[in-house]
Design a protein around this ligand. Structure first.
Ligand SMILES: Nc1nc2c(c(=O)[nH]1)N[C@H]1C(S)=C(S)[C@@H](COP(=O)(O)O)O[C@H]1N2
Ligand SMILES: [Mo]
Length: 334
């Protein structure tokens, strides 16, 4: 066991749990070519869930991902239970109600997968499915997550900071923005086949960040949640997480990261520009035209009647990003 650990990732005292040691061991075996991604142990709680009709329903199977806890991002607020994180979702490619993604996304094909890194860079390259878990060290970070609809969660993501990938790509000095694109695959995404199912969005879903936002250490490319690979409803196999911005910036199932000179178009801004801006920083002082953003409903383990209204914090509590917007009118650039 100790021999194996010394070949794999170095574990801190905090990380020495049975599960981590097991994962560390299998990562090492994987590196040595003894096991492929296909033989990852399945731990999905809902694998082979029985449907209402008593038939076995195909369910996506998630797998543990070797990781270490990043101690800088371990907030003390109560986690939103995994059962809610994976069943209360926005992913309009699979329908517009909160339960649609978990229902309709289970057969999404995520392996093979490619993420193209392209545009104004010295080094274009493509990440494969295996690269997502092996090119960078995978960390667990607990972040608050605030949807523009005024609900929020506390989520233990797995992933790597986007800046590591950007450094590898070596953007040219003319690269001022980073544009992201979601998979376009109508055969597996019913919302892309019908404007009625897909909420009127022109697919593929696109998002963007300014270069300094993309380089900020908080900006995460997530490949997992609750210790395991992402389920499709949460954006498998890789999605963006920008914790100080409204949730719609955190684009799911990313296939392209493109470095641009100009501010890229973004899906919700195209759909309703007076309601959703490019910046979309969480801001209790600036209301959405149809509702206040001063408070939010924190989704916890309690039922709908639980008292869980809390004040919304500027930048969702991540005040360290405020300096990115020095001198900017955040009412104009909402
Ligand atoms: N491709 C794509 N990405 C998306 C969305 C979407 O509909 N399509 N919804 C966004 C919104 S509005 C939110 S709140 C978050 C929800 O992420 P979660 O379901 O993992 O909590 O995903 C964001 N990313
Ligand atoms: Mo959202």
């Amino acid at each position: 066991m100790f021999k194996e650990q010394s070949i794999g990732k170095v574990l801190t005292e905090n990380d020495v749990t049975d599960e981590n040691i097991f994962l560390n061991r299998r990562k090492m075996l994987k590196r040595m070519g003894f096991v492929g991604a296909g033989s990852l142990l399945a731990t999905s709680q809902n694998a082979n869930a029985i449907s209402l009709f008593g038939k076995k329903k195909e369910s996506f199977v998630t797998a543990p991902v070797a990781h270490t806890k990043n101690t800088e991002y371990q907030i003390t607020e109560t986690l939103t239970p995994e059962s809610k994180v994976t069943t209360y979702n926005n992913f309009y490619e699979f329908g517009t109600s909160k339960s649609d993604p978990a229902e309709n996304a289970q057969s999404l094909t995520v392996n093979p997968w490619e993420v193209k890194i392209t545009g104004a860079v010295e080094k274009s390259f493509t990440l494969s499915y295996d690269d997502l878990y092996n090119m960078f060290d995978i960390e667990e970070r607990i972040y608050r997550f605030r949807c523009v609809e005024a609900w929020s969660m506390v989520i233990p993501w797995l992933g790597f900071p986007l800046y590591k990938l950007i450094k590898k790509a070596k953007p040219l000095s003319k690269a001022k923005y980073v544009a992201f694109k979601t998979l376009y695959r109508p055969s597996e995404m019913p919302g892309q086949k019908s404007r009625f199912v897909g909420g009127g969005i022109d697919y593929p879903y696109v998002e963007g960040l300014r270069m300094d936002e993309a380089m900020h250490p908080l900006t995460l490319m997530s490949v997992g949640v609750y210790g395991k690979t992402l389920p499709p409803q949460n954006g498998a196999p890789i999605r963006l997480v920008v914790p100080w911005k409204y949730g719609f910036k955190s684009i799911k199932s990313v296939v392209e990261i493109n470095f641009t000179e100009k501010e890229p178009p973004t899906t919700w801004n195209i759909l309703a520009p007076q309601e959703y801006g490019f910046y979309a920083n969480v801001n209790p002082a600036v209301s959405h035209p149809r509702w206040s953003q001063a408070s939010e409903r924190r989704i916890t383990s309690g039922g709908l009647l639980t008292r869980n209204r809390i004040d919304t914090l500027p930048f969702n509590g991540y005040s360290e990003v405020a300096s990115l917007y020095d001198g900017m009118n955040l009412r104009k650039y909402y």
